[in-house]
Design a protein around this ligand. Sequence first.
Ligand code: ADP
Ligand code: MG
Length: 335
Amino acid sequence: SHLVNQIAAGEVVERPASVVKELIENSLDAGCGRIEIEVEQGGVKRLRVRDDGRGIPRDQLALALARHATSKVADLADLEAVATLGFRGEALPSIASVSRLTLTSRTALSEASACDEGRAWEVTVGADGQIEDPRPAAHPVGTSVDLRDLFFNTPARRKFLRSDKTEFGHLEQVVRRIALARPDIGFQLRHNGRPVLDLAAANGDDAGILSRLDRLLGNGFSAQSLALDASAVDLRLHGWVMRPAFSRSQADQQFFYVNGRMVRDKLVTHAVRQAFSDVLHHGRHPAYVLFLEIPPRMVDVNVHPAKHEVRFREGRQVHDFLFRSLQRRLSQGTL
Ligand code: ADP
Ligand code: MG
């Protein structure tokens, strides 16, 4: 089963950036308010994600590292209506199979966690995949996943990694994408002891959300953008599009989320491009942060284990909705 995990890891865990994505999603699923990410040498040497979420009881630490032991889907029918970000029960065992992993956690004191004795517990996965017995540890309420030497036992994968700088760049992008969608969560990111991002949790009002946008997309983004909120029967599109007059020459300011998940999708890109096509000068790119809310039954998020892709069941309807909503807002905004 250690081998099975390593094979699955090939799909879920490409590089430090994909590890950090899985770990942050777990922290969000655990209802945390703040996430601290500590990285050494691009995440290959060391990667630690610490949250203040609900924690994992002592008697479930080993289970969290077991394959398909997700606590989030009771049966297969649930897969149709996945509300949480993670649901495959694959990430932790996969990551554990290609690194030296320690999982430390403490739950808030309650009857249910009486066996925790009101303290933190920690488990380590041995090189053979064996999970050791929990031992007492020091940790506030929440969870830390601490891994070292990513791919130490899979040299073929390790060979595909780029320089520390490049790997960290990818990792930072993942953190930024998630932070953009979750202004309600505080994020801290450090690389080799140096602070890279320090984002306080916004209190959910517009000012807080706009200041998170400006922190991550450059000062002025919010001032140069149009807020948008459009609904059709089952669909809602909201967020910000930069006024065409301020559109940028760089192509990296497109953020699109489907039910909270950042995706890159041809249909989406096409619909947005088309809406902008009349008003955008040649060589300029639309900049936007947009959130599509869609009933889970109308979208398949289960296309790929790394979950970058989605497949819309009613592609045409989604395309038309996006196009029309954007075009309408752009024509109002440029009056
Ligand atoms: P999935 O997220 O698909 O359920 P994972 O392998 O990512 O699978 O995690 C396995 C289980 O471990 C989760 O279902 C959850 O119960 C627990 N877990 C993992 N990370 C955390 C965390 N940061 N806080 C609380 N529980 C966690
Ligand atoms: Mg997960």
